[in-house]
Design a protein around this ligand. Structure first.
Ligand SMILES: NC(=O)c1ccc[n+]([C@@H]2O[C@H](COP(=O)([O-])OP(=O)(O)OC[C@H]3O[C@@H](n4cnc5c(N)ncnc54)[C@H](OP(=O)(O)O)[C@@H]3O)[C@@H](O)[C@H]2O)c1
Length: 315
């Protein structure tokens, strides 16, 4: 059985729906089992219905309010560093495997020089971040997530850490929802064109997580030939700026009738949108490791957006 922590968040909701659809046994908790309270975590695993039955823990709970985190350091650290450490210890104690979700914000976003090969087609001087590139977060959120990764691996070296970026899904506030709303309300929207990353549908990531569990034996015990524990990157395939992403949302949303009037999508710079935290300018993650480990083919981000918007239109 899988214990899905943070089951009511954006990724947690999507993963719950997938597990339900695929008939995979799981139990989900959110705020009611506080991850900053180790006794609460342990007590949950001791409930008669779960004792000895939890083979996997997937942690989707986190403090994700990037700007608010700058003034709320202790709460952010509690959820992003202490909580994951508690979960890793609990997993170890009950002999469960752990998947912990992390972020592109562990990098500073200045990119890695490409050298002679492997450059990003749009930024030939840079290449996408690999799992073992040095981390150097630029804000409280990224710092606490980076420390959370280290804490998980320290307390349970058999864990998987899956870093993702630019998530959207059915549940919660996200860029796609915001754009659809603004484009229906306003005659024009201005969107930053100097930050590049890879939009990721939470449903695609959920499928990859289920594949990772299946490839690792499903029942919890490591099987020969299963993906090695450690850090993996997963995002949609391809990369774009927020402006490019918005233009695609507009084009597809208009075609599908989700946007019912004309709206001009205009590029601007990050400097025109003062925020408490500098966002990583180049956030593209190299996904070669997870693709090889799981034999995955990751859909291009535009295709995933189309599937997401079609599914949304049908609701
Ligand atoms: N969203 C993105 O674009 C993005 C990008 C890269 C990586 N990630 C990572 O992906 C993962 C999932 O992100 P998400 O966007 O799905 O997050 P989310 O929507 O903010 O979900 C987090 C969930 O954790 C719950 N939670 C809060 N405090 C808790 C506590 N003390 N104990 C247990 N649960 C608690 C939250 O409840 P409340 O809502 O009531 O607070 C919420 O349901 C996170 O690790 C995040 O860092 C996200």
């Amino acid at each position: 059985m899988i214990w899905l922590i943070g089951c009511k968040g954006m990724l947690g909701t999507e993963l719950s729906m997938l597990l339900e659809k695929q008939g995979v046994p799981f139990t989900g908790t959110d705020r009611e089992i506080d991850i900053t309270d180790p006794a609460a975590l342990e007590a949950y695993t001791e409930r008669p219905e779960f004792r000895g039955r939890i083979g996997w823990i997937v942690n989707c709970a986190a403090y994700t309010a990037v700007d608010k985190a700058e003034g709320d350091v202790e709460a952010c650290r509690g959820l992003n560093t202490t909580g994951p450490a508690n979960i890793a210890r609990t997993a170890r104690k009950i002999g469960a495997r752990l998947i912990h979700i992390s972020t592109d914000y562990v990098f500073d976003g200045r990119g890695i020089p490409a050298g002679f090969s492997g450059g990003d087609p749009n930024f030939p001087a840079l290449r996408p971040y690999r799992e073992d590139d040095p981390t150097d977060p630029i804000g409280v959120y990224g710092l606490t997530k980076r420390d959370g990764e280290a804490a998980v691996l320290e307390h349970n070296g058999d864990s998987y850490i899956v870093r993702t970026a630019w998530l959207y899904g059915r549940h919660g506030n996200n860029f796609v929802h915001t754009m659809l709303r603004l484009m229906n309300e306003q005659g024009s929207v201005k969107v930053v064109d100097d930050q590049r990353g890879s939009p990721t549908w939470a449903a695609d990531l959920s499928q990859a997580l289920v594949s990772l569990i299946a490839a690792s034996g499903g029942a919890g015990a490591e099987v020969p030939g299963s993906p090695a524990p450690g850090v993996y990157h997963y995002t949609g395939e391809g990369a774009v700026t927020w402006f490019g992403f918005a233009r695609e949302i507009y084009a597809q949303g208009r075609r599908l009738g989700l946007i019912t009037k004309d709206c001009e999508v205009r590029p601007c710079t990050s400097a025109e949108y003062p925020a408490r935290v500098t966002r990583p300018a180049y956030s593209v993650l190299d996904k070669g490791k997870i693709k090889t480990a799981l034999g995955l083919s990751i859909p291009p981000w535009e295709e995933s957006l189309a599937r997401y918007l079609r599914a949304r239109g049908e609701v």
